[in-house]
Design a protein around this ligand. Structure first.
Ligand code: UDP
Length: 483
């Protein structure tokens, strides 16, 4: 029998929708809560439709994004767009909630949905903020209003790392994207967002205790970052990752090809749900893969004309140009590599690929969901951060967790050269190094085990999510009456 009714709110973008749906599925299937997902959608795409369909154990309400074009200039950055979309969606979200036959007693929002917490307060709902990223990033976000007061000038011009109480200091070049220019509306929105994080009743983070003990302790210690949260509990409930996608006609051939490749011989290359490279960089990746002589699957998108996240709101549009890589890959590349590689336009079944025994490495933009999908399959990474908090993710993975390598950019050309691409791929794919098992691959297997332990019955994340589910269940049902 279903128990409490809870609502989960997702902001636009597959990188936000996927982890919210995964949390909803866990709460519904494993904890028998009645779950409604409110998804503020982006431009509809085939990939988005498949992901929405996968939430079939939850009730799904799609909220069409409002037209924000009169409120923004054309070049508005992604964080500004998301904050404005979510603010302008509050009336629609309120209406969706209050027209439900049974008002939910709990509202869980992602980090862009904090503005809807006012609706929850109105109806006395229990609220959580769901951080579908890592605890170190959340620490920086939470601490940013204080940095804003104490740091002068552009963050990235500072010589010393920024000290975040109880956490690993953040290097100036690793700060999150909205901190790169303090004179933008995006930065203003980011600081408001940071202030909004201390407004829920609790915080859920898609990480686990053993992975990020130090940051989690700081978030709970009232003498450190916990002071900002004023006693709000922080639960590490991850890694919550998707189960493999159902096979479709388009993916069957790809998976059949993977079946024929030797164990751990294929490197998977993908830049997330919306990441794109410049034309020059796309050419270097292609020639670097070829130079490495390793087998590969590469999800390609047409090169960008300026912004690395330029496909973010329009993934998988299926337009003819976008689907024809010969328009932008080096001449002859597809012919020369047809025996060893597969190029997939726009979107691939990533979870299926990463869990396939033939895959031995992942060249990734290291978005947090991709990171978790890699770790939970014991796959080492070449980290290639593009936007958002990905530079922090890359540092965490390469320098703290030892499960990734990070390529060097050629300063004069501002691209990663083909030789570097090839050398990084070798670094993670080679089974042995100096006669010993490759340490990075060993580390990837250790992290996979640690993740599995956190999720198994009695593990730290399992116990934390049980606790949250119990709290949700104990939250009294709400009624809504019109005056
Ligand atoms: N993804 C996928 N196929 C692709 C590209 C991405 O299934 O071709 C999924 C991926 O498995 C992950 C999500 O899209 O679950 C991307 O989220 P992430 O946090 O890694 O990055 P973002 O797209 O938000 O930058």
């Amino acid at each position: 029998m279903h128990k409490a009714h809870i609502a989960l709110l997702s902001s636009p973008g597959l990188g936000h929708l996927i982890p919210v749906i995964e949390l909803g599925k866990h709460l519904s299937l494993h904890h028998k809560l009645k779950v409604t997902i409110l998804a503020v959608t982006s431009q509809s795409s085939e990939a988005e439709s498949h992901i929405l369909e996968s939430a079939n154990c939850c009730k799904l309400i799609e909220i069409q994004p409002p037209d924000i074009s009169p409120l923004l200039h054309n070049q508005a950055h992604i964080v500004e767009r998301l904050c404005v979309v979510m603010r302008e969606s509050v009336p629609a979200i309120r209406s969706a909630l209050t027209t439900m036959p049974h008002l939910p007693s709990v509202l869980i929002v992602d980090i862009f949905g904090f503005q809807s917490l006012s609706i929850a307060r109105e109806f006395n709902m229990l609220t959580y903020i769901y951080v579908a990223s890592n605890a170190w990033f959340f620490s920086l976000l939470l601490y940013s209003p204080i940095l804003h007061q104490h740091v002068d000038g552009p963050y990235q011009d500072h010589k010393q790392p920024f000290l975040i109480p109880g956490c690993t200091p953040v290097r100036p070049q690793d700060v999150v994207e909205p901190m790169l220019d303090r004179n933008t509306k995006q930065y203003e929105e980011y600081i408001e967002q940071a202030k909004g994080m201390a407004k829920g009743d609790g915080i859920l983070v898609n990480t686990w205790e053993q992975l990020q003990r130090k940051d989690l302790e700081s978030l709970r210690d009232e003498n450190l970052l916990g002071g900002i949260l004023k006693g709000r509990p922080v639960y590490a409930i991850g890694p919550l990752v998707r189960s493999p996608e159902p096979a479709t006609c388009a993916t069957t051939e790809l998976l059949a090809w993977l079946d024929q490749q030797p164990t751990e011989s294929v490197v998977y290359v993908s830049f997330g749900s919306g990441g794109t490279l410049s034309y020059e960089q796309t050419v270097e990746v292609a020639l670097g893969l070829e130079l490495s002589h390793f087998r590969f699957i590469w999800v390609v998108r047409p090169p960008n004309t300026g912004s690395a996240d330029s496909a973010f709101f329009s993934t998988g549009d299926g337009s003819r140009d976008a689907d024809d890589p010969t328009n932008f890959l080096p001449e002859g590349f597809l012919d020369r590599t047809q025996e060893v590689g597969r190029v997939v336009p726009q979107w691939a079944p990533q979870v299926r690929i990463l869990r396939h025994p033939s895959v031995g490495g992942f060249l990734s933009h290291c978005g947090w969901s991709s990171t978790l999908e890699s770790i939970t399959n014991g796959v080492p990474m070449v980290v290639w951060p593009l936007y958002a908090e990905q530079r922090m993710n890359a540092t965490l993975l390469a320098e703290e967790l030892g499960v990734a390598v990070r390529p060097k950019v050629l300063p004069a050309k501002k691209v990663v050269g083909r030789e570097e691409v090839a050398s990084m791929v070798k670094e993670i794919m080679e089974v042995e190094k100096e006669g010993k098992p490759n340490p990075i691959r060993k580390r990837a297997r250790e992290l996979k085990e640690s993740a599995m332990k956190a999720l198994e019955e009695g593990g730290s994340s399992y116990t934390a999510l049980c606790h949250v589910a119990k709290q949700c269940d104990a939250s009294p049902a709400r009624t809504y009456t019109t005056n």
